[in-house]
Design a binder for this molecule. Structure first.
Ligand SMILES: [Fe+2]
Length: 267
């Protein structure tokens, strides 16, 4: 893919999102949240592409996947007024549907088109699908890391805003109660990603986001995460913080190890 193709995709995205701005104030905040998220995922992707030494061609494919990964969020919100896939439809599938309906990638080589579509299609799976072929795995892993690195920012921003300015769909509607589910704590302690269907409270959801550390794929992603301090800031919003302190120390040690290139086998 050349640069002018990527520029064309960006222009398409800019016009496409315009068609969703005709809504009420709450709707507008939620649509803007996803437009901003996409822009930030693209920026993170540039950093990861540079950090991991991607060729210019591969960096453009990665950039296209970042730009298009959440386009299904816009029709999802318009139709169901939620970003919760379980109450609506799988937004990654909706994104691929938009790409096909709009015939957006038809000018690309088939191989490149498939790489982008597969990265978009699988970017929100709890775990990477087994037996992925190597170029598909590269772009999917990059996209999953870039997406997480910005979702941490979105979520932290959400807490810093007064309730009336918050994009209501960002926290997926979990009740803000002090409890933390033992099942979520145990999963994090075991070094695994917490499943969304085990989350009951907003605190559980925060732990779920912290557990994403165990799903990062590249040293550059972990370095960026450490630099940005998202995990420490997220942990500081959980009450009572003290009980979780040893667990969070373990997570931070994991980030440090992965940033230094100590990734689990198979990644
Ligand atoms: Fe997504």
């Amino acid at each position: 893919m050349n640069q002018s193709e990527l520029d064309r995709l960006q222009s398409w995205f800019d016009s496409y999102v315009q068609t969703f701005y005709d809504t009420d104030d709450d709707g507008l905040r939620n649509i803007r949240l996803k437009v901003e998220h996409t822009g930030q995922v693209c920026r993170v992707m540039e950093l990861l592409a540079a950090g991991e030494g991607l060729s210019p061609d591969d960096a453009r494919i990665a950039a296209a996947a970042a730009l298009l990964h959440d386009v299904g969020r816009f029709p999802q919100y318009r139709r169901w007024r939620t970003f919760r896939d379980s109450d609506s439809d799988n937004h990654a599938r909706l994104s691929v549907e938009v790409l096909r309906e709009q015939r957006l990638l038809e000018r690309l080589e088939v191989g490149e088109r498939l790489l982008i579509e597969e990265a978009v299609r699988f970017h929100n799976l709890l775990e990477l699908p087994a037996r992925l072929k190597s170029p598909t795995a590269l772009f999917l892993k990059l996209l999953r890391d870039a997406d997480k690195l910005d979702i941490w920012r979105v979520f932290l921003d959400y807490f810093q805003k007064p309730p009336e300015e918050r994009a209501s769909a960002a926290s997926l509607g979990f009740p803000d109660r002090p409890e933390i589910s033992p099942e979520c704590v145990a999963t994090l302690a075991a070094g695994r990603v917490i499943r969304l269907d085990t989350v009951k409270t907003l605190n559980d959801f925060k732990l779920l986001q912290i557990s994403w550390v165990y799903d990062l794929n590249f040293p550059s992603s972990c370095r960026l995460l450490a630099e940005r301090g998202h995990i420490q800031r997220l942990a500081a919003t959980i009450q009572p913080g003290e009980a979780l302190a040893p667990l969070l120390e373990k997570v931070m040690a994991e980030v440090k190890g992965r940033a230094a290139g100590q990734l689990p086998e198979g990644i």
